[in-house]
Write a protein that binds this ligand. Sequence first.
Ligand code: NDP
Length: 295
Amino acid sequence: MSAQIIDGKAIAAEVRRSVREQVELLNESGIQPCLAVMLVGENPASRVYVGMKQRAADEVGMRTIDKRLPPQATQDEILAILDEWNADPGVHGILVQLPLPAQVDERTVMERIRPEKDVDGFHPINVGRMTSGDREAFRPCTPAGVQVMLEHIGFDPAGKHAVIVGRSNIVGRPMAAILSQKGPCANATVTMAHSRTADLGAITRQAELLVVAVGRPESVTADMVSEGTVVIDVGVNRVDDPSAPKGYRLVGDVAFDEVAEKASWITPVPGGVGPMTIAMLLSNTATAADRLAGA
Ligand code: NDP
């Protein structure tokens, strides 16, 4: 079998189009959705991500607030800005780019964001609602984007064995919660694997849907995948490549070429899950604006 490619860029463009329509409708009622973004420190990857998120928000007609703080910023300074944004009716979505510097406690910061404005879906209230089956809770953007991709290709996880490799709070764990929910494009039987899983290949070969989020370049190989599996590669890894213009290239956690020979569908890296993450952030922000306006 040779896999069909799941075109994350195209699916994300569709999501963004529908968000733009939602923004236009809100504008008609005098509301301009606004995403407030905070970046603390100089992490180069974080700067790139924040820039991409803000550009994407601008493109769909949202207002953005861009708050940059130096690496030595204190937790109290951060919390004071969040309190301001929480109280500001003109701010609908709040995002604090992770990771934060060592002197700042991430959990305290995440918990300070008003759950109604928590468009990253990391606040424990939203996590709790999602894991207890509430489909209206804000969901972390990456796994939410994976579900939209599955819907798009017409893959119904109901009754299927979904294996998720990785148990981070950003990807693996919420992915398991989303796929095992009751409701459309869910109802899967879920196994979550991690670094302590014994004989990972024996588990991944059982997957009808395999979602990989480990952060290890091309670590899922063809011998670990059964014929016809739908393979979603969340990983984004830089590997040295002297022949590439920047001296490196991006690869996923899945050995794409060999796994594509066996999978039925597969996401590429780049151009797979990555664009969906930003599209879902926009979608969550538009939803937040809509709900806060109606509140
Ligand atoms: P984390 O490092 O937080 O988690 C990695 C997970 O993989 C952990 O649960 C770890 O297990 C598990 N793991 C590590 N090594 C192995 C192994 N050999 N076998 C099985 N499991 C293993 O990473 P994230 O979840 O944040 O990200 C994963 C990848 O996805 C990264 O490449 C990241 O860049 C990418 N990513 C991409 C996004 C996108 O938008 N495309 C968004 C977010 C992440 P344990 O818990 O036991 O340590």
